[in-house]
Each structure stands twice: as C-alpha cells, then as structure tokens.
Design a protein. Structure first.
Length: 728
C-alpha cells in the first residue's frame, strides 16, 4: 500500500477542463486497456485536469490499474483532498473509451452529487443524477441510460429500491456497467458513523454484477472495524489502499464556554478574523437558525442550511458559499459528506458531534486547497443531552417491529401512510424500520407500497446492543478529545486507526499545528457589552406554534371518527422557546428537568412578554390549564397567574379521564386515538370568546390539537395554545 505524499505542483481539486479524448461513439479508436502506455494515458488525463506538472501518486495508479486492467474490487480509504474522485473519473473515462458501459456512482447527498456532476462535465464526461431533487427528469434519464448516452450515472442509495428503477433500470446497469463506485462507503457498515439502511442494498447490487465489473468503494473516515466490514461486503478478494490521514493544513483548537450566550458572542466577535469563507456546524436545526440570526444581526453575512431547507434553496446556498458570496453557512450535518470547496478557510463546530470519526469527516471540508485552515470546536454542556436524544430514536424494540410485520399483507401492498395508523411509530421511524426489514428480506417494496415476504426474521438484539455500546465509546472519545493535552490531530488519527501512525503515542511527534502542540490558544475573553447584546437577542421570547391542519390518515381503523382537514381545532399558538434554543433552551430544560414547582418569576415575565406581543385576531377572555402528569403545579400556577395579570376568567385545569391511561405513543394516529374523547371538559356554557389553553411543553402538537377539538365541540369560540417550551 502506497502512502506517498502529494507530488510538488499536483493540485487535486476536481475542477476539470476538457480531457482531450474523443469518445469511441464518435468514431475514434478505442483505448487498449492492456497497452503498456495505459499509465501515460492516465497521466495525460490527470494533466488535463490538474496542470502540466501533475502526476499520479503510486497509490492512485495502483487503484486505477486494479479497476481498469484487472477488473478488481478495491476499497480506498484516504483523507479528504487526496484525490479519490480523480481515481474514479479517470477510471470511468478510460473504461468508456475502451467501449465499456457507464459508470454507476452511488452517492449519499445532493450537495455531493452536484459537485460530482460539475466535475464530470468539466472532464468531458456525460453525467446525470437521479435523486429526490430532480424527480421531473427521471424518465428522460432512464431513456438516456437505455440508449447508451450516459457515461456516469449518480444515484442515491434510496433510489436503488425504487420499484421501477430496481426492476427496469438496475438490471441493465448491473449487466452493462463499466464500473460501480460506492462513495462515502463507511455508510455501508453498521459501524460507520453515518450508517444508512439503504446502503445495505448495495450488497445486492454488487452480487448481481458481472464477474468482470470492477467495484470501487471510497471514504475518508473508516477505522479498522469499518474497513474490514466494508471490504468483506464488497468481495472476498478486495484490494484495500489506506494512506495517512494527517491533514497538514488544518490547525485544530478547542475553546470551552459553559454559557451558550458567551460562546455565541465570542464567535460573533471573531468570525471576521477567520480566513476566507467556511462552515459553522450546529447539532440542531433550531441552533442553526438562532446562530445565523445573531451573526447576521452583528453584520456577518451568513445563512442557515439544514435538512429542512428546500432543495432548490440548498443549491443556491451551496453556490453562494462556493462563490465566496457569504462568510459562512451555519449548517447541521445535512452539509456533511462530499461538499467540495478546496479553498474553504475554516470549520467551526458550535456543539460537538457525538463521534471523533464524524468530527474528522466534517472538519475535512476545510483546507483542501489552502496552506492553512482554522478548525475550532466550541463544545457545550448540552451536547451529551442532544446525543442521548438522537440515540433514543435508534432502532425500536422488537415488539414494535413485530407489529409492523403483523400489519403487512403478503398479497396486497400497503403504503407507509396507510400503515402508520396501525403501528406505534411516527413516519420517519416507520420508514427506517421498513428499510431495515426490506434489506433483511422480511418485506419488499413494490408499486403501491410494501408487502410482507413471509420469510423468517430474527430481531438481532445483540447486534443493536453492540452498536449502542459502540456509540457510547465514541461519545466518550469525543469528550476525551476535548480534554486531551496531547496532539489533537494524532488523537483523531488514532480514532481512525491511521495505519501510518506508530503504535505508541509517546513516540509520535505532534502535528505542530494544533493548540496543544503550539501552546497558542485563542483568547477567550468576551466583551461584556457584546454578551449583553447577544443575550438580549437570544432572550427575546416567543415562537409561533403552527396548528395541525390534517388529521392522521386511517383513523377509522382505530375506531376514531376523524379524517381530512381539521376544521374545529386550535388557532396558531405561541411558546416561550424551544428546548434546543441557544438562549431559552438551557433555562427551559433545567426547569422541566427539575422538580415540579410554581412558575419562576423570570419565566413568568417572559410569558407576559410573549402574550403582550401576540398578534391575535381576538384577545382571549379565559385561561385553562392542561393537567400535566409531570408538571401539574408548574402548569396550573402559570395559568392562575396569567388569569390574574391578564384579567382572564380562570377555568382551572382540564384532565384526562381517570379510565384513560397517559398517552406515550409517538405515532400520530395512535397518539390522536389515545387522546380522542379522553378529556374531562369543563362547563363552557357561560364562557364567551377565545380560551388560552396552557401547557408546560409541547412536542408533536397533537395534545393541543385534540384538546382544542374537544373544547370546540363543547362550545368554545376559539382556542389559543400556549406552552413554555416546544421540543423542536
């Protein structure tokens, strides 16, 4: 395995010009893949893309030769910026010129696909992509594949199990493909930091390939366990090429603040000092929007980028960052793998990822084509709680999974929408379970939905326990990274089992660039006025709570006469803040995690401020508390004080009937069914005007919705929900 460094003058940014070869379809002679000058041809391609002084590294040529000449299967684990894209585009170009079929690249993210399509076009390669962002183009692309017009087809892993694609397009690709590439291949492995069930279908794709179709898997983030797992899934004789994961341009540092407001003010005061443009990662969608708001208010040109951002807007934001039109994207992990901007000057994390492997992958966006890039981690005390939340929505317990299998038919397809009311899972978790059951062979996706296959299926509890234990180890390692006094780059390389790093830390020289190696640490002083201004902006209470507009489908199957549009429900409500907010989040979490008690004055004052600024059509005339199992005193004292201050008629508390158990289902249909016709509604015969309905917290919104529906049926003119906190 070659671990050679980058040759002088070899810039490996995949911003390609015309490659100089004419396709065989136009009449030029085909390339002989066994010719002794094949490496020279590959070098010519590289010089076309990277300049006259560029030359292939030995390990790059080793990978290209294995794929093109020996039709081998290979796993390349190399740092970001090493040139993995160059390997598969050069291989694809050579194979296509030799008359081979198109290259199929399985790629996980839209941002990555867009970069790869642009790179292919600049290389003179005809490329197309099939993903959720170009649905209207799918039929045309399928035709072009069938007609042999496509050199490179990029597909999302989810697309591999679309019935039409799987049954009509995929068999032809499997038979005729010149090369199959699995990008970000750590996703194939259970042990990868970003495991996706759809990636497991790649094993089926590979199994259906012809014996002489080469396969290339690439990733920058795989430790020994992931390497072994992925290599085994690709084939029994997989060539593994691993190189050093040291990144000479990255200058790592950790800056710790216990207070989220001080941390935000510190970043706002220093963002202009960071070189060029970059990415600021947050752990939650709410934090991304809050941070972007503060930074923009202080004169920085930034934008929020999350999984909830519209695909068209995502592309526009990516282009703005690529063009240095903005200082930074404030992003969740939705902008994780594959975003290609060689001159990205910095990556900042406001909140630590739960894994050093994920952290290394994200910071690898920076400094690919620059001599220096700043990498700053700003951890917070709330990080572990956020990690725990994401861990809590992992694969569900066996009885819930069994209920999904029991609900499915063997002959009549059932859509996810139709299945949802019959199981205690919300939509996203149900889809994840179905994907896992699909790749395990217990269900099959067909036109119209899902079928049970009847094949036996075992709940692999030991496997899930091992994965949970592995996550805990990774989380502890991330905490250790923050506290280490040793070289931070070596720490990350050790977590990734970098083969070029000697076994004993004490004998390994430090990187000479991180804060621990240099002793140069960022100044953590924060201007008091800046902190006060930031706190004032983050502390502005009040967020709209959008009402539910449609009842869940299939309620009749649960014996509940609700369907379609909600015509008698809640109005737009308000909450003081989200539990994930940078400002109010910590205080609200502390309040709701602590013992029950009367509403604190500071929180009550915030409630009054929110009510004062509420732009309601008609002012409420009365207030009613929703009885809370965990926070009865908090909720009822809040309602009572609001009644006094706002001169509202106190209606007491509305409780669930004693014969109805507390509702814990996450699934919308089951949650509504558990709440429907369950309230002890007070007498409203003398109540006129809107009712302010008060609760301590809201998550899905269904409690407010069903309670408001009951009140409207009892004669309420309107219901205005109000809560201290929302979960998201």
């Amino acid at each position: 395995m070659s671990t050679s460094g980058r040759p002088p003058g070899c810039a490996l940014s995949v911003e390609w010009g015309t490659m100089g070869f004419v396709t065989t379809a136009s009449g030029s002679p085909a390339i002989d893949l066994t010719a002794p000058d094949l490496r020279e041809r590959a070098e010519e391609l590289l010089r076309e893309l990277a300049g006259p002084d560029a030359r292939l590294r030995e390990d790059q040529w080793t990978a290209i030769e294995a794929l093109v000449v020996r039709r081998q299967r290979a796993l390349v684990v190399q740092r970001t910026g090493w040139g993995k894209s160059a390997v598969y585009f050069i291989s694809a170009k050579l194979l296509r010129r030799a008359g081979r079929g198109p290259t199929v690249i399985v790629s996980p993210l839209l941002a990555l696909m867009r970069n790869q399509v642009v790179a292919a076009e600049r290389a003179g390669v005809v490329a197309a992509t099939i993903n959720s962002g170009n649905v209207t183009e799918w039929d045309e692309i399928h035709q072009r594949v069938a007609q042999g017009e496509i050199d490179v087809l990029l597909v999302s892993p989810e697309r591999l199990n679309n019935p039409d694609f799987r049954d009509q397009v995929l068999p032809r690709l499997a038979a005729d493909a010149g090369l199959v590439v699995i990008d970000e291949a750590h996703c194939v492995s259970d042990w990868g930091h970003d495991f996706r069930p759809d990636y497991r279908r790649i094993r089926t794709l590979i199994a259906d390939l012809g014996a002489d179709v080469p396969v290339l898997a690439t990733t920058a983030t795989a430790n020994d366990r992931v390497v072994t797992d992925v290599a085994t899934q690709i084939g029994t004789d997989t060539l593994v090429l691993r190189g050093s994961l040291d990144r000479e341009s990255l200058h790592l540092s950790v800056v710790t603040f216990d207070d989220a407001v001080e941390r935000t003010a510190w970043l706002s005061g220093r963002l202009h000092r960071l070189p060029g443009s970059g990415i600021i990662y947050t752990l939650t969608v709410a934090a991304a929007h809050d941070l972007a708001d503060v930074l923009n208010s202080n004169g920085h040109h930034v934008a929020a980028y999350t999984g909830q951002t519209d695909p068209a807007e995502r592309e526009a934001l990516e282009n703005a960052l690529l063009g240095n039109e903005i200082k930074a994207l404030v992003a969740t992990s939705a902008l994780g793998m594959g975003f290609d901007k060689p001159d990205l000057g910095f990556v900042v994390h406001v909140g630590a990822p739960s894994s050093p492997i994920a952290y290394y992958q994200q910071v690898g966006r920076a400094g690919r084509g620059t001599e220096r890039a700043e990498v700053v981690l700003l951890p917070g005390p709330e990080d572990t709680r956020i990690w725990s939340y994401f861990a809590s929505v992992a694969f569900p317990r066996e009885h819930i999974v069994r209920s999904v299998l029991d609900a499915l038919d063997h002959d009549r397809p059932m859509s996810t929408v139709a299945l949802e009311p019959m199981v205690e899972l919300n939509r996203s978790r149900l889809e994840m379970v179905l994907k896992v059951l699909d790749v395990d062979g217990a269900v099959r996706r067909v036109r119209g939905g899902w079928l049970a296959t009847g094949q036996p299926w075992d709940y692999d509890a030991p496997r899930y326990e091992r994965l949970a234990a592995a996550r805990e180890v990774e989380q502890q390692a991330m905490l250790d990274y923050q506290r280490t006094t040793g070289c931070r780059m070596n720490f990350l390389r050790r977590q990734l089992d970098d083969p070029s790093l000697p076994a004993l830390d004490g004998q390994v020289p430090g990187c000479g660039r991180c804060d621990n190696c240099t002793g140069q640490r960022p100044d953590v002083s924060v201007d008091a006025d800046a902190v006060a201004a930031t706190r004032a902006r983050l502390d502005r209470p009040g967020i709209d709570l959008a009402p539910r507009k449609q009842w869940p489908t299939g309620m009749a199957k649960l014996g509940v006469p609700l369907s379609g549009k909600i015509t008698a429900g809640a109005e737009t409500g308000r909450v003081v803040g989200r539990l994930t907010d940078l400002g109010w989040g910590q205080r609200l979490r502390a309040l709701l995690d602590g013992p029950d008690g009367p509403v604190p004055d500071t929180v009550f004052d915030a409630c009054v401020a929110v009510l004062r600024e509420w732009d309601w059509a008609v002012r409420p005339t009365s207030v009613l508390a929703l009885s809370s199992e965990r926070h009865p005193l908090l909720t009822e004292s809040l309602a009572a004080r609001l009644a006094e201050v706002g001169r509202l008629r106190p209606l007491g508390a509305m409780s669930l009937r004693p014969d109805r158990p507390p509702v814990s289902a996450a699934n919308s249909a089951h949650r509504v069914a558990g709440l429907y016709d369950s309230w002890e509604v007070p007498d409203l015969s003398e109540v006129e005007g809107p009712i302010l309905l008060v609760d301590a917290r809201t998550d899905t919104g269904w409690t407010f919705t069903v309670a408001a529906h009951a009140l409207r049926r009892a004669g309420a003119d309107a219901v205005l929900p109000f809560a201290l906190a929302s979960v998201t």
